[in-house]
Design a protein around this ligand. Structure first.
Ligand code: HEM
Length: 449
């Protein structure tokens, strides 16, 4: 190997390294790092050195070809108190056993059963909005996707707890953000104010989840994800303990609503500012649905709607960066990656790379119409990650995003409300920095046509 031992990267400050910039503008920092220092670069955050990878073939190496040499990185593991050993945070044989057990719950036939809930809840939300009112679409989309995941995961029983769960999840999100951007990341067991708040929130969530699990163990048959998890059996015939069930349910609950809510929020944000795209979307919905509630059977014909979703997740990927930690040393892009090194890859950076996307900052759903997805290198576009740890809910989320967008867009149009335009404020996910306010214009009511 002729290259330097450590890849190039920004020098940063004496003790903090690039941490101040990470706090101020992580997306800018990652983008600059990739454009200035090339496919393999290093960044220092306080005492941690992170390898930043921005080449599709190298990302494929980490996530697919050499996947066995990597485990989840410290950022995700910081969520242990909340997520326990659920699918997102566990590793190795334990993870594989659980993934195999849970995968059937995301089988196509099962997903189709959830489509009606998704479309119906979206219709109900749209029907409750009044013409001319201003709404906070992030709050609306979060409530909607939370209701959908609560209904599909836990059945009707969960709806009574929605408000409590929402408040507790918000608390954990903020506690996580206040820790990840610190110079020294203290373990969750240290009683800092953020950790104590996190503990109380997790305790509230636990009470709800264990209550639901207990109800299921003792009562009746149900046809939702929790029932499937409860009855799932490993090859040796064993099922999950209550703690495993709690961890998996908590993980699916969190991972299953926040990201989809953000994809939908950014979709409305962009649509409200691109009347031409909104018009083309509504034309498709008129032709395909003619005022009906969308169903799973409509999906193959809702092509433009699907392209809108693809393009939104290109520009605003709800999961905007992924991390891994090397278990053993390995070769990466001509460098020797030491054991224990953290590797970061960013969808935000890759999705806006002019090598793969013409006019990358422009919102143009039609760019996906002529098979762009097939022409791209595999990891130039990866909103759901890839390899063995690819998002288990990818098909669920895509279906939900298309159905919700279709159901609402045929009833309403949004225009931006006065006030500052929302910008991304990346934390655990790519949330906006404030409310995404829009004015509702009712186009048609159910049963109008
Ligand atoms: C637009 C919506 C969504 C996006 C952008 C998204 C993104 C991702 C990404 C990038 C990963 C990989 C993380 C990594 O490799 O470190 C992931 C994993 C995961 N996602 Fe999603 N996700 C979405 C929706 C969902 C939904 C709806 C569910 C469940 C109902 C879900 C459950 C999970 C789980 C359990 C994992 C961990 C899988 C494993 O490691 O085996 N996600 N997601």
């Amino acid at each position: 190997m002729s290259k330097a031992l450590v890849p190039p990267g920004p020098k940063g400050r004496f003790l903090a390294g690039s941490l101040p910039e990470l706090r101020r503008d992580p997306l800018g920092l990652y983008t600059r790092c990739a454009r200035e220092f090339g496919p393999v670069a290093t960044l220092r955050f306080g005492l941690r050195r992170v390898w930043f990878i921005s080449d599709p073939a190298l990302i494929e190496e980490v996530l697919v070809t050499k996947a066995r040499n990597f485990v989840k990185h410290y950022g995700l593991k910081m969520n242990r108190l909340m997520l326990g050993d659920g699918l997102l945070t566990s590793d190795g044989d334990f993870w594989l056993r659980q993934r195999r057990l849970i995968q059937p719950a995301f089988h196509r036939d099962r997903l189709h059963a959830y489509a009606a809930v998704m479309a119906e809840y979206a219709e109900r939300a749209a029907a409750s909005w009044r013409d001319g009112e201003t709404r906070d679409l992030q709050a609306d989309m979060t409530r909607l996707t939370l209701e959908i995941i609560a209904r599909t995961l836990f059945g009707a029983d969960a709806s009574g707890h929605a408000r409590e769960v929402y408040a507790a999840l918000e608390q954990t999100y903020h506690s996580f953000n206040s820790r990840i951007f610190s110079i020294i990341i203290l373990p969750e067991s240290v009683p800092t104010p953020a950790n104590l708040r996190m503990r109380r929130a997790v305790h509230r969530l636990d009470r709800v989840l264990y209550g639901l699990i207990e109800q299921r163990r003792t009562a009746g048959t149900h046809d939702d994800l929790l029932a499937l998890l409860l009855h799932a059996r490993h090859e040796d015939g064993g099922g999950m303990t209550d703690k495993q069930l709690r961890d998996e349910a908590m993980t699916l609950f969190l991972a299953g609503h926040e990201t989809t809510a953000l994809a939908l929020t950014w979709a409305w944000h962009l649509l409200a500012r691109h009347a031409d795209v909104y018009g083309a979307l509504q034309d498709e919905l008129k032709t395909v649905l003619a005022g009906r509630t969308p169903t799973v059977g409509d999906l193959p014909r809702l092509q433009y709607t699907e392209h809108v979703v693809q393009e939104v997740m290109r520009l605003y990927p709800p999961a905007y960066a992924l991390g891994r930690q090397a278990v053993a040393p390995c070769e990466l892009g001509g460098y020797r990656l030491p054991a224990g090194a953290t590797v970061l890859m960013s969808q935000w950076v890759m999705h806006r790379d002019p090598r793969w996307f013409d006019d990358p900052e422009a919102f143009r759903p039609e760019r996906w119409a002529d098979g762009l997805a097939k022409r791209l290198p595999k990891f130039a576009y990866f909103p759901f990650g890839g390899g063995p740890r690819q998002c288990i809910g990818a098909a669920f989320a895509q279906m939900e995003a298309v159905l919700v967008l279709a159901a609402i867009a045929q009833r309403c149009r949004f225009t931006p409300a006065p006030g500052p335009e929302a910008r991304p404020a990346p934390g655990m996910t790519l949330r906006p920095d404030g409310p995404v306010q829009a004015v509702v214009h009712v186009v048609s009511r159910r049963g109008d046509s």
